[in-house]
Write a protein that binds this ligand. Structure first.
Ligand code: ATP
Ligand code: MG
Ligand code: FE
Length: 345
């Protein structure tokens, strides 16, 4: 079965073709980062308009790269939420229309299920059940993935997402958007021990997280150094390192607890922050001690992409799912736990 995947939930237009026998056939991505960078964050209306501009050219490109015609597709999957409503509607409208025109099923996909399943695109794919840490620009979730569609929440951020904290801290230091890659690069030059940031919500039991306090702590640290404009390169690198260590240690502590609480031996880490090198290193050490194997997406599939949506759609299509009716609707908010187990046919 061959499924086209369309991702337009935020600021990347992603399109891909996944074949259940041959794997990922092709994928293309256009990131709007440069367009939004001047505003210091994503401008929803500009995002929607740019998806309109990019989608069909990317679609032609992936079909041509895959060496197939539209008639050889068995389904069209698209991100139906959560995300920016206007941006989602572009992908949903195009996907629904294409599926209708080609006479194949349309498959609404939950964006976070896409992230969650991205590590399954790798050669060494984890099997269900597993524990997952999803850390992205809008979410920080710990959950137990029992089967396709059956995701039991274990914990989540009570305020900012981990990626959001990276973005906001970076903005305070005058670094570009997105902040994660910028902070992680800068932290390599940082000197350990100069600043000590808190590890929020690790002094009490539980799997919930909080990252907004680290934002305030960053602001205060910068203030004590005389403000953002007074920072030299070494100051910035030292703050970046201390901030990153605090986020990473907090995530590692929560993962350790989740593995101990569930007794699971497989941990999947996905979403944009899963690209972070220090997170991967420290998790490897901590999980190694527990005999837990950690699975990640390839670096290109940590942040938003069409491949994860094509893949999630293909699994659902293979299980007999499809969208009923011709309506086009999206959900800006959509808890992952509302999905139900997909019966295997
Ligand atoms: P969501 O998936 O919750 O809707 P999103 O789609 O915007 O949000 P992703 O595309 O998964 O999020 O990830 C983007 C986030 O990942 C940004 O916040 C970015 O700063 C962060 N990020 C990317 N690379 C890194 C990195 N190397 N280290 C830390 N954070 C990173
Ligand atoms: Mg993005
Ligand atoms: Fe995402």
């Amino acid at each position: 079965m061959r499924v086209l995947g369309i991702e337009t939930s935020c600021d990347e237009t992603g399109v891909a073709v996944y074949d259940t026998e041959r794997g990922l056939l092709s994928q293309a991505l256009f990131s709007q980062i440069d367009m939004h960078a001047v505003y210091g964050g994503v401008v929803p209306e500009l995002a929607s308009r740019d998806h309109v501009r990019r989608l069909l050219p990317l679609l032609r490109q992936v079909l041509s790269d895959a060496g197939i015609g539209a008639r050889e597709l068995d389904g069209v999957a698209y991100t139906a939420g959560p995300g920016l409503a206007g941006a989602l509607l572009v992908g949903a409208g195009v996907a629904r229309a294409l599926a209708y025109g080609w006479g194949v099923p349309a498959l609404p996909v939950h964006h976070m299920e896409g992230h969650l399943l991205a590590p399954l695109l790798e050669d060494d794919a984890p099997e269900f059940p597993f524990v997952a840490l999803l850390v992205s620009g809008g979410h920080s979730l710990l959950l137990e993935a029992r089967a396709l569609g059956e995701y039991v929440p274990l914990g989540e951020s009570v305020d900012d997402a981990a990626g959001e904290a990276f973005d906001k801290a970076a903005k305070m230091m005058g670094l570009g958007y997105p902040g994660g890659p910028a902070i992680s690069r800068l932290a390599e030059q940082g000197r350990a021990g100069r600043f000590r940031f808190p590890r929020p919500m690790t002094d009490r039991p539980g799997l919930d997280m909080s990252f907004s306090g680290l934002k305030t702590f960053t602001l205060n640290t910068i203030h004590d150094l005389g403000g953002a404009t007074a920072l030299n390169d070494q100051d910035r690198a030292d703050v970046a390192l201390a901030f990153q260590e605090a986020v990473v240690d907090t995530l590692v502590i929560k993962c350790r607890r989740a593995m101990q609480a569930t007794g699971a031996k497989r941990l999947v880490v996905a979403g944009g922050v899963s690209a972070n090198g220090m997170l991967r290193e420290r998790l490897a050490r901590a999980m190694g001690k527990l005999g837990v194997k950690v699975y990640y997406p390839g670096l290109a599939y940590c942040t938003d992409n069409g491949a994860m949506i094509a893949y999630a759609g293909a699994l659902r299509l293979a299980a007999g799912e499809r969208q009923e009716g011709l309506g086009v609707s999206v959900r800006a908010r959509w808890p992952l736990s509302e999905l139900g187990r997909v019966p295997v046919r």
